[in-house]
Write a protein that binds this ligand. Structure first.
Ligand code: ADP
Length: 588
């Protein structure tokens, strides 16, 4: 093992931690897939900045993994950077456990390696690693007061609250790390009448928050749930403060009348920020987490009360006995068979979801007659790069990018709601579009660098050059951009009535484009709950002992989730589920 620092693709590995693990594992991998030999690079967001992985492939093995991370050198993050590359090379797969207490950094390392593998044309999901000798399965019984299924934002919030209430809590998580879809969230958390809004003289009200959420969701959401969400939101912001995860920066976001979306002080992605803080708290509170352990069925007593969960890992069958159970397994946006059951037209769509979002909890809950609500309400995101499933953030359009079709023409108001823009992209020939921007936009938006490193951006020295690379008629693209720039100057888009994201024109070379099409993003429906997060059965009564929170539940977002409400949902209903489960476990 060698340790040294070097310059990497124009960037200095500032953290100073660059670990190269050269391995002679190729020989041992008779069943390894064939690779195109070479060195490939991938990037992912870590807690303190980008993590860059360089992966060397021979024709039959992962020969070495090199990881560098800006600002990752301190504390637990560096442990993931130091240890995971070796484990990946040794096992010849990225399907490895997170380093305990360092899920965010572990995820970043794994995602960066996956990105590098993908750029080599390798599907990381198919790299299942070297076969380990099968050991006899054993059984284990774990007794707790509260059993939480799913270690995303909702599950971790619930677990922390129940533990703070003095109960014994365990978390079961089927993936190798905590975080789920929550860790992918970039926006923030909606909350109204918060101390931060007051400090910043932002006038907002719980009632406006309720109205915005109802309206944004087509007025089909459950008003009682939306009311609780809004009423409990300021308190949830204070609670995040108390556990070391303040969200003091307040901004505008789509669908909100006032500045309401709360973000980390430095504007960094909210998901990994909260997941890291929750995870730290779990460690501090000594809450056991069973990783790589998939819940399969509820244990229900003769009175119909849920008293535990059956689960399995690769080597064990588990029985988790609990006085109450919190179901927080997230949505089903990574389960094509399931979402096409409800929405057949989504067949073949890529998904922005993390691989654990397969709807297991919904299937388990249905088996014990839980009611489902709005299950067919699935949000698609219009700008997803299809080979990598990387979602191109709305901020790119918000900062001034336009969408052009294969013919080089604009076709919609790019700032429309996700469903409308998605439908417009699908209606173009071959169902895709290019998101086009210039050098000035690139320099103003950090997210673009991640897209560049992941090789999804086409660059042209001039508009004509870009058009040539995209196989678009250069005169048409030049005309589209000059018409657009004139509209920006006139502050009037007579073609599609766009009136936001028009502060800057697109006139500074080089020019860029990313090829996009819609992808499955968020499943708004799920199990039915009441305001205490009790799961409701098909006969309309609470199922004793069972609580649910987060993306697994339905009724909060109606037919369209507005930005900032997913994080609000997981924290607020996660807390409610945790307190209700704690009360139930105490017998009151
Ligand atoms: P939420 O935002 O509602 O918290 P997330 O997607 O962030 O949802 O988290 C849900 C978590 O539940 C994910 O980490 C996922 O891997 C986990 N999970 C899904 N199904 C199971 C299961 N059967 N057993 C244990 N964990 C599960």
């Amino acid at each position: 093992m060698k340790l040294f620092i070097k310059k990497l693709a124009g960037r200095t590995a500032a953290a100073g931690l660059l670990l190269v693990l050269l391995a002679g594992f190729a020989a041992g991998c008779a069943s390894a897939p064939k690779f195109t030999p070479g060195v490939y690079e991938g990037t992912a967001k870590g807690f303190g900045g980008d993590v860059v992985a360089r992966v060397e492939l021979s024709d039959s093995a992962i020969v070495s993994v090199t990881v560098s991370g800006d600002n990752e050198s301190q504390g637990i993050g560096s442990i993931a950077i130091a240890e995971l590359p070796g484990i990946i090379v040794q096992r010849q797969t990225t399907q490895v456990d997170a380093i305990a207490g360092a899920s965010v950094s572990s995820r970043a390392v794994i995602e960066a390696v996956n990105a590098a593998l993908r750029s080599a044309g390798v599907d990381p999901a198919k790299l299942t690693g070297k076969t380990v000798s099968s050991r006899a399965r054993t059984s284990e019984t774990v007794n707790a007061d509260v059993v939480v299924i799913g270690g995303g934002g909702a599950g971790m919030s619930a677990a922390i609250i129940a533990k703070q209430a003095g109960l014994n809590v365990v978390i079961i998580e089927k993936m190798a790390m905590l975080g789920g879809n929550s860790s992918k969230s970039t926006g923030g958390m909606n909350a109204a009448e918060t101390k931060y809004q007051k400090e910043q003289n932002i006038s907002d009200s719980v009632q406006t928050f309720i109205d915005d959420t109802m309206k944004g969701g087509g007025n089909i959401a459950d008003r009682s749930l939306v009311t609780i969400l809004a009423q409990s939101s300021a308190e949830a912001i204070d609670w995040l403060d108390s556990i070391g995860a303040p969200l003091p920066r307040v901004s505008f976001s789509g669908g909100a009348t006032n500045r309401r979306i709360h973000q980390p002080a430095d504007g960094s992605a909210v998901g990994i920020y909260l997941v890291a803080a929750f995870e730290k708290k779990l460690t501090e509170l000594n809450i056991p987490v069973y990783l790589n352990t998939r819940a399969t069925d509820f244990i229900v007593d003769s009175q119909g009360r849920v008293t535990g969960v059956r689960a399995e890992s690769s080597s064990k069958n588990y029985t988790f006995n609990g006085k109450s159970v919190v179901l927080a397994t997230g949505g089903f946006g990574a389960n094509e068979a399931m979402y096409t059951k409800y929405r057949p037209e989504l067949k073949g769509f890529v998904t922005t979801n993390s691989p654990g979002a397969t709807g297991d909890g919904i299937i388990m809950a249905e088996k014990i007659h839980a009611a489902l609500v709005d299950i067919e309400q699935i949000q698609i995101h219009p700008t997803v790069e299809q080979k990598t499933a990387i979602m191109v953030t709305e901020a790119v359009r918000g900062d001034g990018a336009i969408l052009v079709n294969k013919e080089g023409r604009r076709f919609t108001n790019e700032m429309g709601t996700r469903d409308v823009v998605s439908a417009a992209v699908i209606a173009q020939s071959e169902g895709f579009a290019y998101i086009v921007f210039d050098q000035a936009l690139r320099e103003g938006l950090r997210a673009i660098e991640g897209y560049v490193t992941n090789n999804i951006v086409t660059e042209g020295a001039t508009i004509q050059d870009l058009a040539g690379k995209l196989d678009i008629n250069p005169a048409v693209l030049a005309e589209t951009l000059s018409t657009w720039n004139a509209a920006v100057r006139a502050e009037r888009d007579s073609a599609f009535n766009r009136n936001t994201g028009m502060e800057k024109d697109l006139s500074r070379a080089p020019y860029y484009a990313i090829k996009i099409a819609p992808g499955v993003h968020h499943t708004m429906g799920g199990v039915k709950i009441n305001t205490q997060a009790q799961v409701i059965s098909t006969s309309g009564n609470p199922i004793p002992g069972l609580f649910a929170a987060g993306e697994i539940t339905g009724g909060i977002h109606g037919n369209n989730r507005i930005g900032g409400n997913a994080v609000a949902d997981i924290v607020i209903f996660g807390r409610i589920a945790g307190s209700s489960a704690a009360r139930a476990a105490r017998g009151n």
